[in-house]
Design a binder for this molecule. Structure first.
Ligand code: ADP
Ligand code: S3P
Ligand code: MG
Length: 173
């Protein structure tokens, strides 16, 4: 992988990852899509029929495999909150980019989408409490943080490309 995107549900990992991969003319992998392929059922059905713990097992195995593939990886919002996943992210030389967004932005983006089991299950207060708890874990895993509230997806892509370019130059110096 050339870059890994992390952040809360609705922060734009899937959207930005796809655009970033296109801009870099490389592949895009979305961890949730890989899990759905592996399980043969949508995320909501995995949670309903097997529970979150089973989803997390699939997520861990899928991450361990995906990290060695080329391209851009968009994770799920819970990925870095599992210790073994955080260890994989930290051990890997691949840069980890945290897409940050305010509570208000996140709520606007996820509230009318029924494809996220945790959004369906938690009320607003509990969802925002989860976001707050996870922030420290995202911060620990991240090499770059981008505050995305005022940025369109393509602007975020440009920022990431600039940062990756600077990083490459610094590594060569
Ligand atoms: N920077 C942005 N500005 C406006 N809308 C965005 C932005 N990033 C993502 N979105 C929208 O927010 C929703 C959630 O984005 P998504 O990429 O699925 O997030 P994630 O994968 O982090 O859960 C989608 O409807 C997407 O179009
Ligand atoms: O935050 C989470 O625990 C989850 C986030 C989702 O991905 P997105 O962050 O892409 O919505 C998906 O992995 C699953 O619903 C669990
Ligand atoms: Mg996503």
């Amino acid at each position: 992988m050339r870059a890994i995107l992390i952040g809360f549900m609705g922060s734009g990992k899937t959207t930005v990852g796809r655009l970033l991969a296109a801009a870099l003319a490389t592949k895009h992998a979305d961890l949730d899509d890989l899990i759905v392929q592996r399980a043969g059922q949508p995320i909501t059905a995995i949670f309903d029929q097997h529970g979150e713990a089973y989803f997390r097992q699939l997520e861990q195995r899928t991450l361990a495999n995906a990290i060695h593939q080329p391209g851009i990886l968009s994770t799920g919002g819970g990925t870095p909150t599992i210790d073994s996943n955080a260890a994989i992210l930290t051990a890997s030389p691949v840069p980890v980019i945290w897409l940050e967004a305010s509570d208000q932005t996140i709520l606007q983006r996820v509230q009318n989408d029924d494809q996220r089991p945790l959004v369906n299950e938690l009320d607003t207060q509990a969802l925002l409490a989860l976001k707050q708890r996870r922030a420290a874990l995202y911060a620990r895993a991240a090499d770059l943080v981008i505050q995305t509230d005022q940025l369109a997806p393509q602007q975020i892509v440009t920022r990431i490309q600039t940062w990756l370019g600077e990083r490459r130059v610094a590594a060569q110096a």
